[in-house]
Structures are given as C-alpha cells and as structure tokens.
Design a protein around this ligand. Structure first.
Ligand code: NAP
Length: 252
C-alpha cells in the first residue's frame, strides 16, 4: 500500500496529545495529511506535534477544551489559517470514570456527558458549515463498545457513548446531501493511558477484562488509527451513518 491515502487533506483531531488521537495523527501524517492536534494537555500536545513534525509543516498543536464552544471556533479557525481547510474531524477527546447508578453523583455524570457527548456535538457543529460549503468532509466520532451494549459500572460513560452513536446517525443523514460523511468507531480495550483506570480499580481487573476478548489481547492504538484512516480517506466514500467496531471480537 502506498503512503498517499490522505495527500492534500487536512485533519483536526481532538484529544490528540496522546493515546489513540496521537496514533491517528501519526498515521494520517504518514499518509500525506496535515494535522492539527488539540487537547487540554499542553506540554504533551506540543511534544507530540514536535515528534510527528519537527519542522511544524505537517502537524501543529492547539490548546482546546472540547466542552467550550468558543474553543471549538478558535480551533477550527486555527486549522484553516494554518493549513487552508479541514477535510477530516476526529472527535476523539474523552474521559472514562467508573460509576454505577447507585454511586454516580450528578456532577460526575455531567462531567462525562459534557466532555464525551457535548464535546462531540460542538465539534460537529463547529466544522459542519465549513465542510458543507466545500461539499465534502469526513467526521469520525470515537464511541466505544460501551456504546453498543450495556456495561455495568459504565453508567455515564455508556450513556455518552450511546449518544455519540445516535448523533452520528442523525447528523450523517442531515449532512449527506452536502457530501459530508459521519461515522462512529467503537473500540474495545485499547492500550492507552485511559486503561490506567482499570489498574486503579484493583488487582486482576485488567486480566479479567482481557479474558473477555476472543482474540486474547488488548490492542495497540494503531489498529483504531487504521480504521480511522479508512474512514478519513476516499476509500470509504460510500459509508456514512455507520458504526465500525474494532474490538478483537468482544461484541461478536
Ligand atoms: P487518553 O489517552 O486518555 O486520550 C484522551 C485525551 O483526551 C487525553 O489527552 C485527555 O486529557 C483529553 N481530554 C480529556 N478531556 C478533554 C477536554 N475536555 N478537551 C480536550 N481534550 C480532553 O484516552 P484514549 O484511550 O486515547 O481515548 C481516546 C478516545 O477513545 C476516547 O473518546 C475514549 O473514550 C475512546 N475509547 C477508548 C478505549 C480504550 O480502551 N482506551 C476504548 C473505547 C473507546 P486528560 O488526561 O486531561 O483527560
């Protein structure tokens, strides 16, 4: 496969300082894209951008809290000023905090909903006018296997990820007449800093989770990045409003 699937395209990836977002940024740049990574983690974000593009011509970092509408406007303006356009939005930023219906406070619930759900809504709303005016674009919303079934202890997280899946389908139909595609990705257990919450939950929790993966191992972030690459590229031009699962068979 040639390294050319995203030549001429510009991507904005939220939560791209580390984890899956950073892996997507690396693969997109390898395939010819220019990428703006955004995050609340400034030093990690600056370091990732520098690592992926030492001269700054292919990758730039922008400070961005996805819960803030004005930050989204600034991030979109920044990407267009630096690289001329936005062809791809990856709504990747997210948090995971364990909690059941018995022990989740309203504040904790709303924190997760604001980042994981409202952040995705604001992101789609911020790029849609630009993509509609260009009559093209691909929006990739990172949901989870927790957005496909019920998971005990994932009350707020599951609610936010189901909402992402639902919004994706509705917005896909709204934007299809304008040539803009919207799809969701549903990762299983991916080895990123987010998994530290499993380690903090107690000894053996991570092994127990791993035992539920038919392929038998947690994935590296690059497997999610490869799926995001497919959805970002014109190879997926007939796919919109769909959910794409990368979970080692967990939800089979
Ligand atoms: P990660 O390593 O924690 O990366 C997520 C990034 O988003 C972090 O840098 C995080 O910073 C940032 N972020 C948090 N709140 C933000 C905000 N308000 N505005 C902007 N950035 C913010 O996690 P990951 O595993 O790569 O997760 C990426 C996406 O995949 C998330 O949406 C997650 O829910 C989803 N996902 C992950 C897994 C998995 O097993 N890892 C599975 C299914 C789905 P902080 O450190 O400040 O939080």
């Amino acid at each position: 496969m040639g390294k050319e699937r995203l030549v001429g395209k510009v991507a904005l990836i939220s939560g791209g300082a580390r984890g899956m977002g950073a892996s997507e940024a690396q693969l997109f740049i390898d395939e010819g894209a220019k990428v703006v990574i955004t995050d609340v983690l400034d030093s990690d974000g600056e370091a990732t951008a520098k690592r992926l593009s030492p001269d700054g011509t292919a990758c730039k970092f922008f400070h961005h809290d996805v819960t803030k509408e004005d930050h989204w406007k600034s991030a979109v303006d920044f990407a267009i000023k630096e690289f001329g356009q936005i062809d791809i939005l990856v709504n990747n930023a997210g948090i995971f905090e364990r909690g059941t219906v018995l022990d989740t406070s309203l504040d904790a619930y709303m924190k997760t909903i604001n980042i994981n759900q409202v952040g995705v809504f604001l992101g789609m709303q911020a790029v849609a006018p630009h993509m509609v005016s260009r009559q093209k674009g691909s929006i990739i919303n990172i949901s989870s296997v927790a957005g496909l079934s019920g998971t005990p202890g994932f009350l707020a997280y599951g609610a936010s990820k189901w909402a992402v899946r639902g919004m994706t389908k509705g917005v896909a139909k709204e934007l299809a007449p304008f040539g803009v595609r919207v799809n969701s990705i549903h990762p299983g257990i991916i080895d990123t800093p987010m998994l530290q919450t499993f380690d903090q939950a107690g000894e053996g929790v991570r092994e127990m989770v791993r035992s539920r993966i038919p392929l038998g191992y947690e994935s590296e972030p690059v497997n999610v990045a490869r799926l995001a690459l497919y959805l970002a590229s014109d190879d997926s031009s007939y796919s919109t409003g769909s959910e794409f699962v990368v979970d080692g068979g967990m939800t089979a």
